[in-house]
Write a protein that binds this ligand. Structure first.
Ligand SMILES: [Zn+2]
Length: 151
């Protein structure tokens, strides 16, 4: 999978609609990990809550990719789209991206695989992302406010 350093500028080819004139956000990468590069690890204070928020966002990925990628941090990579489980609900990761609005028109873009990275690989996202994530209202408004800039 493509590797991008956390908080670098997001430029994913599938998301050309984002770069139309008037799109008011500055997009930053979060959680584009690859086994070839070191990444921040650690214990998240509110890991369960964070995973719950990410799970909710993963159910409505803002960008769906044409293909999918597998996690290459796992010892035995799985073939095909990965399914993760939150409580009893299964959902796919590895074929889409989620967005989280931050301060000052920042918009964080993370692969849905970030759920798996945090859960299984101890990935520690930047604090400003966690802060933004936990402060969103998990309702349709969050998605609408992003989507309405699409056309
Ligand atoms: Zn993995």
């Amino acid at each position: 999978m493509a590797h991008y350093t956390d908080l670098s500028f997001f430029r994913y080819e599938d998301a050309s609609w984002i770069f139309k004139d008037g799109f008011p956000y500055i997009l930053l990468n979060i959680g584009w990990l690859d086994q070839a590069k070191d990444y921040p690890k650690g214990d998240l204070l509110e890991k369960d809550k964070i995973l719950y928020f990410i799970f909710q966002l993963c159910r409505h990925p803002v960008i769906l990719h044409r293909g999918f990628h597998a996690c290459n941090l796992c010892d035995s990579p799985q073939i095909g789209i990965r399914n993760e489980k939150h409580n009893e609900t299964e959902f796919a990761v590895g074929n889409g991206s989620i967005m989280v609005k931050g301060k000052n028109n920042l918009l964080y873009v993370a692969p849905t695989m970030i759920f798996h990275y945090i859960k299984e690989h101890n990935y520690l996202p930047p604090e400003e992302f966690i802060e933004a994530l936990l402060s969103i209202r998990l309702d349709w408004n969050h998605f609408q406010n992003i989507y309405k800039n699409e056309n």
